[in-house]
Write a protein that binds this ligand. Structure first.
Ligand code: ADP
Ligand code: MG
Ligand code: MG
Length: 210
């Protein structure tokens, strides 16, 4: 059976899936502007598989996310599939079998999974990728936690940084992934992966216990 934290993780993945389904066409259009147009479909496929995997077993939030991330990678395909899947699994591995992860445990998990993501994809802030939404979110979350905020408040306080980061990608030139082939022409549209990351973070925050 799912533990209490495992049920929260499943809820977060289900909300993320709903948000991605709502945004599937928007993400596809953004990706069509500088890539191959499949980002919306890939994210829905990946998160669908992640939800299936989360439902198909028990355990803590960490255990749920570890197997959901692997399912995501297998189903989503594309550059973002492998990266998102590895990121979700890394969050799970950091949380482990700990019950009721608190804000500091979640910060450690966000911090170390961001480091793995950067290590695998070699993208840094400013390269016009999902990192441009995630990195400022994790920093802002850490500041809120340092200031004593509880998990759901810290998450909410960090969301504007993710939004600002995703918006800022419109002015960037892509230097990683498929869109980097366009050079200067990749400017003028937000990065699809940064926008999907914002939606995933928003949806996940709605699942956190008050
Ligand atoms: P593909 O380009 O293989 O079709 P997607 O369209 O699903 O994959 O995903 C594209 C997104 O992946 C980009 O918008 C970007 O945010 C992200 N991305 C691509 N390469 C990297 C990388 N090396 N590091 C981080 N994110 C990346
Ligand atoms: Mg694509
Ligand atoms: Mg593709």
């Amino acid at each position: 059976d799912l533990s209490e934290s495992g049920a929260v993780a499943l809820d977060a993945l289900e909300r993320a899936l709903g948000a991605l389904q709502d945004a599937e066409h928007e993400l596809g259009r953004l990706d069509a502007a500088a890539g191959d147009g499949d980002h919306g479909a890939g994210m829905v496929r990946g998160m669908g598989a992640a939800v299936e995997a989360a439902r198909g077993g028990g355990g803590s939030a960490g255990q749920v996310l570890a197997r959901a991330g692997m399912a995501f990678s297998g189903a989503a395909g594309g550059a973002s599939g492998a990266l998102y899947g590895a990121w979700i699994s890394a969050i799970g591995q950091s949380l482990g079998d700990g019950e009721k992860p608190d804000a500091s445990a979640v910060h450690r998990a966000l911090d170390s999974s961001l480091a793995s993501l950067r290590d695998i994809g070699k993208a840094k802030p400013g390269d016009k990728t999902m990192i441009d939404a995630l990195d400022p979110f994790v920093r802002s979350f850490g500041e809120a936690v340092g200031g004593g905020a509880l998990l759901d408040d810290a998450w909410r306080q960090a969301l504007p940084a993710a939004e600002k980061g995703a918006d800022s990608t419109a002015d960037m030139i892509s230097t990683r992934g498929r869109a980097s082939k366009l050079g200067e022409r990749s400017r003028g549209h937000k990065d699809p992966g940064a926008v999907s990351m914002l939606y995933v973070l928003r949806a996940a925050g709605d699942a956190l216990p008050k």
